[in-house]
Design a protein around this ligand. Sequence first.
Ligand SMILES: Cc1cc2nc3c(=O)[nH]c(=O)nc-3n(C[C@H](O)[C@H](O)[C@H](O)COP(=O)(O)OP(=O)(O)OC[C@H]3O[C@@H](n4cnc5c(N)ncnc54)[C@H](O)[C@@H]3O)c2cc1C
Length: 401
Amino acid sequence: MSKNTPFALQVQKEICTSCGVCAEACTYNAINFSDFPEIDPYACRLCGNCVQACPSGALLMNTSKKQKDLSVASDTNGIWVLAETENNELSSVTKELLGKANELSSRLGQTVEAILIGSQVTSLASELIAYGAKRVHLVDDNMFASFIEEDYAQVVVEVCHKYHPDILLVGATPSGRGLSARIAALLQTGLTADCTELEIDTKSKLLHQIRPAFGGNLMATIVTPDCRPQMASVRPGIMSPLQYKPSFTGEIVRHDLSTFKKDGRIRVLQEIIQATSGESLGNSKIIIGIGRGVKNTETVDKIRCWAKKLGALVAGSRAAVEAGLIDARMQVGQTGHTISPDLYIAIGISGQIQHTAAITGAKKIIAINPDRTAPIFNVADYGFVSPIEDILPQLMATETI
Ligand SMILES: Cc1cc2nc3c(=O)[nH]c(=O)nc-3n(C[C@H](O)[C@H](O)[C@H](O)COP(=O)(O)OP(=O)(O)OC[C@H]3O[C@@H](n4cnc5c(N)ncnc54)[C@H](O)[C@@H]3O)c2cc1C
């Protein structure tokens, strides 16, 4: 990682009077002062305080400088995936994004690359290759043992400035959401969050970043024509991973971080790993979705008993969460989880787009609803046009589907 990377904030020495006002104005202690102000690019957040404070106008913020470096289309190459780890394992969304990146690469003719940051993560680099990365940018250092968004973002930005990726994909996970926004801001490029589909436009070769808009009532296609990389975050559970193939080969590039300066403002004092109930919608093969039509907790309890027999998890619609029938952490939909089980059983769910957009990955859908015009039947493979109370006794007697 080079300190010689052209930085967007420049001191014009011929104008500077060495008054020191800029160093006083800097809230990040990013300006070291001897004869002239020297800007520490790792500490500087480009807030512009110093530029405004300088009485002689000697500081110049070239906000387009870094972006110019990246926006030269002929110079940008590669569909990159920012790898995310969970308990020292690759997260499912990372594998899914690599699968999608390979599909995009066949249309774009660019290599699929991954960037992996962490501590003791080197063994995961070959796993990324087995899931379809042709090159892995590896940053493995103890200083990244804790996930500090500011540091991770800075590393990604530095590597991007060196390699100029055309596309950068990130998982829209709790940590990926914040990290991708920070990276996009630092790279001065656009970011489409929560995409549900990605395509390459055959004519322009631009990445079509597709996501629900206006409360899910229409699908918007967003492009980033002028800036690079084209950035999109994608929810887990939507894209399909490639089959794991240990025979795949690829290159691992280790990045030297000896000069990297961590963001001193944040220190992890203690890591608290919260125990979860063990229920993971991402891994469940059968999910029963409860909607407002289920009406009361007694019926929910009966459905839970049936779910236990089937080995299914119970989730629900936002309306069911609001009605107190389902825990908010188990909400399925645009503002909840996206799921792709083998079987989804929607009970008392009308099938509004904000819900159905998140269940399209389910292999089979069964709907139970007394209203035969309910939109859920448009996406269901099988349906019972009936109130749940009428058929629940028969359902509870079944142990398999
Ligand atoms: C920005 C935004 C984000 C949103 N995000 C989400 C989201 O993440 N997830 C989500 O789910 N929603 C979300 N919504 C809300 C969404 O628009 C719907 O309001 C919600 O999905 C409706 O939930 P529901 O189908 O359970 O309830 P309803 O629409 O009220 O449907 C209840 C259904 O139950 C049926 N029913 C009635 N009696 C019975 C019975 N005895 N047995 C069986 N069925 C019966 C009815 O015929 C009806 O079809 C969002 C909305 C907005 C604007």
